[in-house]
Design a binder for this molecule. Structure first.
Ligand SMILES: Nc1ncnc2c1ncn2[C@@H]1O[C@H](COP(=O)(O)OP(=O)(O)OP(=O)(O)O)[C@@H](O)[C@H]1O
Ligand SMILES: [Mg+2]
Length: 239
């Protein structure tokens, strides 16, 4: 990767997340070497999870994750690289009480530093419903507002390093759809591709592949957006 220029590190990222330029492409590079160890995920697997999330999204025909691939010879060694999809428009936002826009779904109440009520809400769009099903399937433990880039109609999901754990770990702000039916076309995609999905988890365990298939079967059997399970279900911070 001799033509890569490292432009800098994303400042608030907890792992080494680098913005690089390759020719006229801007990319997000996450070297395995820069991963901070976590108590619940095996060391050195987060970048593999980034690539697997992209492969699952692509294989289902959903394309909710920007193109992401594995590199062996990045400037700091092996890791994931993802296309940069910079966009300031948000699909999740914070509003004053009573000011949630028409068509948005409130999910969380909060207060500001003067104790005034606030509401966290997300847009109500097919794209966000699709990403919500994607998160159920990949068991995303970190769907905060900042991990959705773009507005509700065109949002990309990013940061899937905490996905695919064999234990239930879904943490998300996209709880506005609970109890609604999942779109038939989305269920059909899952039914069609169910058997192939575990093969896409390169570098992850067989138990994680089996758990992936079990989650798909649960979504197909339920056919509705499930309520949160017990335990922490909202990532911190949520935005
Ligand atoms: N593909 C992308 N396109 C545009 N911006 C991105 C992309 N990937 C990451 N970013 C930006 O970089 C930030 C950090 O990236 P990311 O969340 O993937 O890294 P992280 O190391 O897991 O960080 P954190 O622990 O803060 O979540 C994102 O919040 C986003 O602002
Ligand atoms: Mg992040």
């Amino acid at each position: 990767m001799s033509d890569w220029t490292v432009l800098g590190q994303v400042s608030d990222a907890s792992n080494a997340t680098l913005v690089v330029e390759a020719g006229d492409h801007r990319l997000v590079y996450k070297p395995v070497r820069g991963e901070r160890p976590l108590w619940d995920f095996p060391d050195g697997t987060l970048a593999r999870r980034e690539v697997a999330a992209y492969e699952i999204s692509r294989h289902l025909g959903w394309d909710v994750v920007p193109p992401t691939r594995w590199v062996e010879d990045g400037p700091y060694g092996p890791g994931s690289v993802q296309d940069w999809v910079g966009d300031d428009v948000a699909a999740v936002s914070v509003f004053r009480e009573g000011a949630v826009p028409e068509g948005w779904l409130p999910v969380l109440q909060a207060v500001d530093d003067a104790d005034r009520p606030l509401v966290v809400a997300h847009a109500d769009t097919p794209r966000l419903r699709l990403i919500t099903v994607f998160d159920l399937v990949v068991n995303n433990a970190d769907r905060k507002g900042g991990h959705l880039l773009g507005d509700g109609d065109a949002a990309w999901g990013i940061d899937h390093g905490l996905s695919f754990h064999a234990e239930p770990k879904l943490r998300s702000v996209l709880w506005g759809f609970v109890g609604r039916p999942i779109d038939d076309g989305v269920l059909a995609d899952l039914a069609d591709r169910r058997d192939d999905l575990p093969d896409l988890l390169v570098g992850l365990s067989g138990a994680e592949g089996a758990a992936l298939r079990a989650r798909v079967d649960r979504v197909l059997a339920d056919g509705v957006f499930p309520p949160p399970r017990g335990g922490p279900v909202i990532p911190w911070p949520p935005i």
